[in-house]
Each structure stands twice: as structure tokens, then as C-alpha cells.
Design a protein around this ligand. Structure first.
Ligand code: F6P
Length: 550
């Protein structure tokens, strides 16, 4: 038993019942499930906001779903959810509240952290962002030489990059096409070089996005960007104020860097980095799409927040998606989860989800620090669908691994496309539907033979099917729909972390590499002796120095 009296997850009766149910199901076949229930295709669907969620093609019966919901009840997922929404410090290893939901709360909401309502501060920052975004968009905000800002470069990494970079791509059709917006994250100087080489510094605004304002990659890139700007403009430090703004929780470090505190957009330690792009971290996005569209996106988030908070278990979509992940990871030993959008605009969507999911649930001790003996977060991967079809779908269809997948698509192409390009949309979506069909139902040896295929090729042309997929379909890709999708995955990740009894909101696993990099760097630059360096790293460092000509 844990300190709070919670039994070890895999010894609870609900877990044991699921394990037994899994055994009883044996080789459950989707073909059989559909044959037994002609209404399954429309019956196993849920709606949240604009998202139509089809979960019929899963290796589950009604009994499976009932048992999974019992596991959620036994692990008090909804209790932890309510504690999160109330602002309790459920991130126990950092002693922090987890309140990304407050970032999209309406103005009149009350959400308290340590007895203080945080909603007015959230809206004050949103208003400040809106004012600034409008000034940049209208040309009222000019650079040091008086030129209008035409380029915006966001410098940040992880949660201070992936969210706005992803959302900018997703909402490109809503952006001001006169503005060039770029994202620099990698400490490889090539990233900043390529992002700035064709820009006029006099027309460029840098947004330095860092929750802590101590992240080495970001501060290094921001320092180089400042150097580039001042050198190119032949200007003094006073030029910084017109070309650099900061998004951070750390005003002291921001001032130290030379950014005017008036040009800092604040957020708070109760916003996790990977849950932050709807905070001040979204400033680059807001400049690109405008404050009204940004607010529409926040409304979308809120729709799913409210659904997650209030919908009963049977209709609760984030709960369902979380439970399905638990089903495959813990009872089928699936190792990964593919997210396959059929929209080119979602090309960075899965990369964003990688941090959201893998940094949140890549944990191997429970909330009490006890090692878990059940699988936690999956490897999340994927790229836009049709490209994937010509790359790795082969393995999903005929490989030896079970890879549950989410297919995300839209009924309408974006308005901006020409009629000819809009016409391609049906072909795109035909591929989408064909793939989920092929994955689910496959092609039997008998069907292959009936086509006259020679016997020796029959095994090669057989598709065993039974690959589970969720389909998420919306009418069109709008800012609100993007918000809905992100909140859906945020809460799915939450559900899984709650069941696995892990802290989904810390990220200690990224610390060791950071510390070691700081130790090794002087060995690379100066050949300094690093005490206690292992033999392999030592040899690599010396080979590197040789190749580098040092
Ligand atoms: O990768 C670790 C991490 O702390 C992420 O959680 C975070 O999003 C990223 O680094 C960037 O941190 P910061 O916003 O403080 O620069």
C-alpha cells in the first residue's frame, strides 16, 4: 500500500479483472466484433465540441470499456482531475499546482492558487499580449531605426518552441502572410543562421521564450541573436528594447539579459512548459494570427476542458482515449502509439505531442517514488498520413508489432486553396478512410486467393488486420478546433498519468544530460581534464578534438 492507502495498481481487483478479461478475449477479431454488431460503426462514437471521435475499430467490447472505467474509478482519475482544476498542488515533486486550464478560463472565473485568484492575472497578460500583437501587426511598433517589423523570430526550446511552432503551421491559413515568422530552438548555430541570414535586422523582432530564462540553448541563441542585431545595425544596447521581448516567469533574469521588464510577458510556475503555448508563450502565434483568432483557440481549449470536467465517464472522450492507451500498453504490451494527421497543416502536431506525452508520462517511479512494475507512457510518433503511407505504414500493416494509431482528418479543406487544390481533398480523405479500413479488417488468405494470386505469394499479400485505430474527424481546421485537439490530448495524458499513479508534471529525466553537457563542454573547447569521465566519452572527446583540428 502507498502512503495514501492506494493499492499497487497491478494488484487491484480492477486491474486483475482486466487481465482476466484480456485472457478471455484471446484473439479478439475486429471482423467478428463488427459482424456481431451491425451498429458498431456509428454506435461506438462520441462527440466533443467539433470533434467526432470514432472508437469502433478498437479491440474492445462493451465489457472491456466497463472494466476500464472501473479501473479509472478505482484509481480516482476524476478525483485527481477535480484537484487539478481546483488548483491543488498535484505536481508533488515540484510542489506546484497544475493549472494550464486556468489559461483559458473565462474572465469571470475564479481559480485560486494559495488563496489567490489567478484569472485576473491571466487576462491581464492576454490583454497586454493583444495590445502588443496589434501594434506589431499594424506597424505601430517599429524597430530601432523606425522601420516596421516584418519578421518575428521566436527563440525557445521544448515547450517554449514546439507549441507555437506547431500551432503556427496548423493555423498558417489564418496568419498575416506579410509577416515572416520563424522558430529557432537548436543550439546548433545553423538553426539561428538559417533563420536570420535573409532577414533585415532593422525589421526583425526576437521573442525570447523561456519559462526559467536559464535554459542554455535558448540563452545562447538569444545572446547570439542580440550580437547579430547590434553588429548589423551598428547600434548600442538601447536598440535591444525595440527588437527583443521576453516570455518568462523569471523577471530578474530577463532584466539581466537587457530586456526591458515592460517588454516581458509573464506566466507562472503553475504552467508546465509543455502545457504553455496558450500562455504568453503563444505570443509569436498571436502576432501571426491576431488576438481574435488566438481567443477563438482558447475557446476551443475551454470546450474540451469543460467536457473533461463534467461529462460522465461513458461519454468522456479524454477518459476514453486515455483508457484505450492503458488497454494496449498494459494488457497487449504495445510499446508505441502513432498519431497520423491527414492534414499537411498538422505536420508538426505529432512532434508537439511527443513532448506533451513522453515528457509527462515517461516515468518509472510512482508518486511515492516506488518503482512501477507496469508500463507507463508509450513512444509517440507519426507524420502526416499520406507521406507515412509511403514510408512506414508497411510495418504497421504487416510487421510484428501492435501499433495503436489515431487518425485525424477534416471534412473541408481550408478556404484559401484554389478550387483545383480543394478537389484533391477527397483523395486525401479517401486514403484516410481506406487506411483505417485496411488496418482494421485486413485481407484474408481466402480473399487473396480469390484474386488468383499464386499460392507462394498468398502469405505475402495477406493482411492480418486487427490494428486498432481511433478516428478523429472535424468539419474544418479552425483555431477553435486546434484548441480542442490539444486539450483533448492534454487530458488524455492526464488520465493515463493518474491511472499509472505517476507525476505527469515534472521532468527530472532531462536534468542529467544538461549537467553532463556543462561538465563536458570545457573538455571540448579547452581540452580540460574532466574528473571521473568514463573511458568511452574520454575517447570520443579526444577524437572529436582531433577532427575539429584542436
Ligand atoms: O526539456 C526540459 C524543459 O524543461 C522542458 O520541460 C521545457 O519545455 C524546456 O526545457 C524549456 O524550458 P524553458 O522554457 O525554461 O527554457
Amino acid at each position: 500500500m502507498n502512503a495514501d492507502g492506494r493499492k499497487r495498481l497491478n494488484r487491484t481487483p480492477e486491474w486483475t479483472a482486466l487481465a482476466k478479461h484480456r485472457e478471455d478475449l484471446g484473439e479478439v477479431r475486429l471482423r467478428e466484433l463488427f459482424a456481431a454488431d451491425p451498429g458498431r460503426g456509428s454506435g461506438h462514437t462520441l462527440q466533443v465540441g467539433d470533434l467526432y471521435v470514432d472508437h469502433s475499430k478498437h479491440l474492445v467490447t462493451d465489457e472491456t470499456l466497463r472494466l476500464l472505467r472501473e479501473l479509472a474509478a478505482a484509481t480516482d482519475v476524476f478525483g485527481l482531475r477535480d484537484a487539478m482544476f481546483r488548483g491543488e498542488k498535484i505536481n508533488t515533486t515540484e510542489n506546484r499546482a497544475v493549472l494550464h486550464t486556468a489559461l483559458r478560463a473565462p474572465r469571470d472565473a475564479v481559480v485560486e492558487v494559495d488563496g489567490e485568484n489567478v484569472v485576473p492575472a491571466v487576462h491581464a497578460v492576454l490583454d497586454k499580449m493583444a495590445g502588443f500583437a496589434e501594434r506589431v501587426r499594424s506597424g505601430a511598433w517599429t524597430g530601432h531605426t523606425g522601420k516596421r517589423i516584418k519578421n518575428v523570430v521566436n527563440i525557445g526550446i521544448g515547450g517554449s518552441d514546439l507549441g507555437p511552432a506547431m500551432a503556427y503551421e496548423v493555423l498558417r491559413a489564418y496568419t498575416d502572410r506579410e509577416l515572416t515568422v520563424r522558430f529557432v530552438s537548436n543550439v546548433d548555430g545553423a538553426d539561428l543562421h538559417e533563420a536570420t541570414r535573409d532577414l533585415d535586422p532593422a525589421e526583425t523582432l526576437f521573442i525570447v521564450a523561456s519559462k526559467t530564462f536559464t535554459t542554455i540553448e535558448t540563452i545562447t541563441n538569444a545572446t547570439s541573436a542580440r550580437e547579430w542585431l547590434l553588429t548589423e545595425l551598428k547600434a548600442g544596447q538601447d536598440a535591444v528594447a525595440r527588437h527583443f521581448v521576453a516570455l518568462s516567469t523569471n523577471s530578474e533574469k530577463v532584466s539581466e539579459f537587457g530586456i526591458d521588464p515592460d517588454n516581458m510577458f509573464e506566466f507562472w510556475d503553475w504552467v508546465g512548459g509543455r502545457y504553455s503555448y496558450d500562455s504568453a508563450i503563444g505570443l509569436s502565434l498571436m502576432i501571426a494570427i491576431g488576438p481574435d483568432r488566438f481567443r477563438e483557440m482558447l475557446d476551443g481549449f475551454r470546450i474540451v476542458d469543460e467536457h473533461f470536467r463534467t461529462a460522465p465517464a461513458e461519454a468522456n472522450v479524454p477518459l476514453l482515449l486515455g483508457l484505450l492507451g492503458v488497454w494496449y500498453g498494459n494488457f497487449f504490451d504495445a510499446q508505441s502509439h502513432a498519431v497520423l494527421p491527414y492534414s499537411h497543416y498538422l505536420s508538426k502536431f505529432t512532434a508537439y505531442l511527443q513532448q506533451l506525452d513522453m515528457e509527462s508520462n515517461g516515468k518509472s517511479v510512482d508518486r511515492d517514488g516506488e518503482p512501477v512494475d507496469w508500463q507507463t507512457g508509450p513512444v509517440v510518433w507519426g507524420t502526416p498520413g499520406t507521406n507515412g503511407q509511403h514510408a512506414y505504414y508497411q510495418l504497421i500493416h504487416q510487421g510484428t508489432k501492435l501499433i495503436p494509431a489515431d487518425f485525424i482528418g477534416f471534412a473541408r479543406p481550408v478556404d484559401e486553396l484554389s478550387d483545383e487544390l480543394k478537389a484533391q481533398h477527397d483523395l486525401l480523405m479517401a486514403n484516410f478512410f481506406a487506411q483505417t479500413q485496411a488496418l482494421a479488417f485486413g485481407k484474408t488468405p481466402e480473399e487473396v486467393r480469390a484474386e488468383g494470386v499464386p499460392e507462394e505469394l498468398v502469405p505475402h499479400k495477406t493482411f492480418k488486420g486487427n490494428h486498432p485505430t481511433t478516428t478523429i474527424l472535424a468539419r474544418e481546421l479552425t483555431p477553435s478546433v486546434l484548441g480542442q485537439l490539444i486539450a483533448l490530448y492534454e487530458h488524455k495524458v492526464f488520465v493515463q498519468g493518474a491511472i499509472w499513479n505517476i507525476d505527469s508534471f515534472d521532468q527530472w529525466g532531462v536534468e542529467l544530460g544538461k549537467v553532463l553537457a556543462r561538465r563536458v563542454e570545457p573538455a571540448l573547447t579547452e581540452g580540460a581534464e574532466v574528473p571521473g569521465l568514463d573511458a568511452s566519452t574520454k575517447a570520443l572527446v579526444s577524437t572529436y578534438r582531433e577532427l575539429r583540428g584542436r
